[in-house]
Design a binder for this molecule. Structure first.
Ligand code: GLY
Length: 362
């Protein structure tokens, strides 16, 4: 088993990574958050598969779990779902020491995490991500929260888990399109911080796409190490944590501009990273080889590298201006300086951003 330790001034937790880990989840939870009760929140698509494995393991370790499911759509990641969960936990009299265990993708982790952050002013939280995207990004670093009608992730908290358990076997039952979407965040980590990871993904793309067990563990471990390092440097996103937004300001505009119905998050991030890299190259920040290498790798993963069905550029520009990452009315973009290094740029001229959008078409 690979373990990455995330250490902060006030808190420390292990992130365990291995095939088959869900069958011993109960023991890991008991070692970290011993109690007789626990709340297990499961993505309803995996209740009868991974959900059962996790539940049996918790019971075998002596827990009497409250089991609840949620549907993993953005339209369920809201305060209504949170309130329903509060009622269940209160009705069952779960206590301050009863851990909340979230089993599923980022939506279940973010929502379950927000419940854990606020129920009785905060209870131990355990992340069991079952999607690649949640394994390498959302489950690590303590960002939890829900959407509002006004926008995504507008209500939330930083509530670090006490334990993250990543069973890489769960990737084998994930729809292929969702798996490939997680690769966008892995490529992102390479671009922002780790050219060796970028090269490693490029060299190992076939075993990764074939979901070879060793390749999956190495992929997840390498990416978790990067995510954990960023969070250890800057837990509350005062600086380098914002580098994780590379490609995301463009991506959020694509997702919002298409009503979250056409592109999955990773697909929008793929297009967003290309737009950001082109913008960096045309404004002389980085060499065009960065763009070429990025597109070449994204093509190998199967992620989209161009799109003919994007909304009009002026609509995308308007959405971008209203992104919550806008500071003092200026769009903040994360742009590459080279493979493995990025900067936060506040003064990009609008016409350069327009050109970057237009370069994605056809
Ligand atoms: N997913 C971005 C972050 O954790 O900061």
């Amino acid at each position: 088993m690979a373990t990455v330790d995330l250490t902060l001034p006030h808190h420390r937790y292990p992130i365990h990574i291995s095939p088959g880990l869900l069958s011993t989840l109960g023991n890991s939870v008991r070692d970290t958050a011993p109690h007789d009760r626990a709340a297990l929140i499961i993505d309803d698509k995996i209740t009868n598969t991974h959900g059962n494995t996790a539940l049996n393991s918790l019971k075998a370790a002596g827990y009497n779990p409250l089991v609840t499911t949620m549907t993993a759509g953005e339209d369920h990641k809201n305060l209504k779902t949170v309130e329903a969960l509060y009622h269940k936990l209160l009705d069952e009299r779960l206590e301050r020491k009863s851990p909340v265990v979230a089993l599923g993708g980022g939506i279940v982790g973010d929502t379950g995490g927000f419940v854990a952050a606020s129920y009785l002013r905060g209870v131990p939280f355990i992340q069991c991500p079952t999607t690649l995207l949640a394994m390498v990004d959302a489950s690590v670093g303590g960002k939890v929260g829900v959407n509002m009608p006004q926008g995504k992730n507008l209500i939330g908290a930083f509530h670090q888990p006490v334990l993250v358990v990543i069973d890489t076997d769960t990737l084998k039952t994930l729809p292929k399109r969702d798996f490939i979407c997680g690769l966008a965040e892995c490529v992102k980590h390479g671009v922002i911080r780790d050219p060796e990871l970028f090269d490693w993904i490029d060299a190992n793309i076939q075993p990764i796409l074939d979901q070879d067990s060793n390749a999956l563990v190495e992929l997840v471990e390498r990416n978790v190490r990067i995510k954990a390092a960023v969070v250890m440097e800057d837990e509350k996103e005062a600086g380098v944590r914002a580098h994780l937004n590379f490609g995301h300001t463009f991506a959020h505009a694509i997702e919002a501009g298409t009503e979250y119905g056409r592109y999955l998050h990773g697909e929008a991030v793929s297009l967003g990273m290309i737009a950001a890299a082109r913008l960096a190259a045309t404004s002389g920040r980085c060499d065009t080889t960065v763009v070429d290498r990025l597109i070449s790798l994204l093509e190998k993963t199967g992620l989209p590298t161009k799109a003919n069905d994007l909304p009009a550029t002026d609509k995308l520009m308007t959405i971008m201006q209203s992104d919550k990452k806008v500071a003092d009315g200026r769009v903040r973009l994360v742009l590459p300086d080279a493979l493995g290094a990025v900067s936060i740029v506040n003064d990009t001229p609008n016409d350069a951003v327009v050109k970057a959008w237009d370069s994605l078409r056809g």
